[in-house]
Design a binder for this molecule. Sequence first.
Ligand SMILES: Cc1ncc(COP(=O)(O)O)c(C=O)c1O
Length: 414
Amino acid sequence: MESYINKTDFFGGNNPEEITEKFGTPLYVYNENIIRNHMRAVAEVITKYPYTANYSVKANTNIHILKLALEEGLNCDAMSPGEITMLLKAGFPKERIFFVPNNVSDEELKFAAEHGVITSLDSLSQLEAFGKVLPGHKCAVRINPGVGAGHHEKVVTAGKKTKFGIQESDIPKIHEIAAKYNLTIAGINQHIGSGFLDPEPYLKAVTNLLRIARGFKDLEFIDFGGGYGIPYHKLDDEAEFPMDSFKKALEPILDEFVKDYGKAPLFKSEPGRYCVAEGSVILGRVHSVKENSGVTYAGTDVGMNVLVRPSMYGSWHDIEVIRDGKVVSRDSLKPVTVTGNICESGDILCADRELPEIKKGDLACILDTGAYGYSMCSSYNSRPRPAEVMITKSGEVKLIRRRETIEDLMGLFE
Ligand SMILES: Cc1ncc(COP(=O)(O)O)c(C=O)c1O
């Protein structure tokens, strides 16, 4: 693909240079139509049986994006009391929130219960803690289905090497603890990892979870987790997650289970990245270009505090160069290392990448930043977090989160 920006008319007819004149850089820019389309796709993964897609809000918690999920009929999963609070503020009824935490305190378990939000416990020790503080309550348990997948070992969340979930051999103990505290195990859930483009491991894990589900009576829901990937190498025409063939392969697995189980519980999934990743870019300003020992460095204001994925996971983000408001053609390419403005040698967006020649003053447009972008931002080096704008359905450029200020950072000191 020559240019994702041009192909999708990402800025909705607005000039990116004018957008940055008004809102500054670095700037997260979201496209409402693209996000809605992805949310609609996950809402239709299962159509034959009762099903809800839970948007996994850790990918992006901007309240305006949560409201899009609400309008598109998605439910949500939350990882912390903070995420529950944001979802309630965005207008989600408590029944549409699923708390899927890891290693939480008794207070956090009580917080969810007091707000009427059902919790999944991801270890025997957390189930025991839940039983002690909330005897007689309804909950779910997170099972490790023994199969993991993901774009990096740090995001594989099932299989033999992970802190997440309860292993299958411990299932009898789940029943013992539930009986001891009169708990109702209303659902089971799993999440195998994040950012896979091959659906095979997910289908295998669904099959495993459904086999395990047969050992639980009267389940209200079974949640298969999220993880569907997106093509981060889209400028090299990487294929998308094969949603249609995945749906076709999933259906007979569900059919067989429903026949054996005697009823169809509510099936759920928990996609985060797929909903939002492709609906955002970061616009960063190139402040310097230099040569060091034969390497060309383009220095931008998109530091690892703005987008940590490349330095944390070595993740690839395609980059388009924008000059005078227009995408620079990729006809002639040169290797360049694009860096941020943070005092770390690892503050690198890409190394020796073939890109059009970058000049001081250009905009570096970093693609596919809607998931685990802003939500992983920090104020490292005392650099305030960036602003976020949304290109709305009608093409308006709407500020959806103001830029953090030094005063915001200073305001936390006693
Ligand atoms: C429990 C759980 N559910 C869902 C997700 C969402 O994953 P993804 O954004 O890859 O769809 C995650 C991500 O880490 C997770 O930990």
